[in-house]
Ligand binder design. Sequence first.
Ligand code: ADP
Ligand code: MG
Length: 234
Amino acid sequence: MIRLENVSKSYNDKMILENINFEVEQGDRVVILGKSGSGKTTLLNIIATIDSNYSGNVYLFNNYLSKLKNSDIAKLRRDQLGFIFQDFGLLENFNIEENILLPSRSAGKDIKKDEYFNKLIDVLNIENLLKRYPSELSGGEKQRAAIARAIIKKPKLVVADEITSALDIYTSKELIIYLDDVVTKFNITLLMVTHDLEVARVCNKVYFIRHGHLIELDNLNSAEKLFYQESNEG
Ligand SMILES: Nc1ncnc2c1ncn2[C@@H]1O[C@H](COP(=O)(O)OP(=O)(O)O)[C@@H](O)[C@H]1O
Ligand SMILES: [Mg+2]
């Protein structure tokens, strides 16, 4: 579904990603862990077609991105990718229901409040928040709404960047339970980047990024050791 071939990127002569080779298959739940500044967002933005300034090849849903026109890439991003961000990204002037339905409308798939919508808001427990505005929600509630917005258009892939960073530890744990449930029930292919080992528990494939390289790990205990090593390196 996704394949990176020798992807490299540097900023001002500083190598951030060095010859990354990486694959995601349909149904995978992948997490890329790493310290702040290790290049997680840089890598995710390349895969999510936000950043096209890199060397190497990215293969996404049967296409090499370099072979597609910009308009086709924009369409792919709009229709096939769901995004969840650290800062929720909800539009303040729209209520929660409108926020959730907007992306499906702009994708030209007029998914109204059908069975899929009802199941989604039920699993995420946001039924009674639909008429409220983002400013009237807690961080955890906003992130649940943002998850619904990412999934409503039935994307092929959901990408998530540090989705628990703005939440306290209890709300994070609660969000992880909701995320796990929704990813399972809706059979989501998930690619997350985070420095939070807790949220990584939702995933079944674990990678660690450091010094521009991606290392595949057997389990989260190995990730914990690598974080520990990194903090000792200073
Ligand atoms: N637009 C940019 N210009 C210059 N350097 C950048 C830019 N964006 C990110 N960087 C640098 O690239 C490195 C990786 O950043 P990032 O991918 O955001 O890390 P992470 O998401 O793992 O915290 C950092 O050293 C950061 O300072
Ligand atoms: Mg980041």
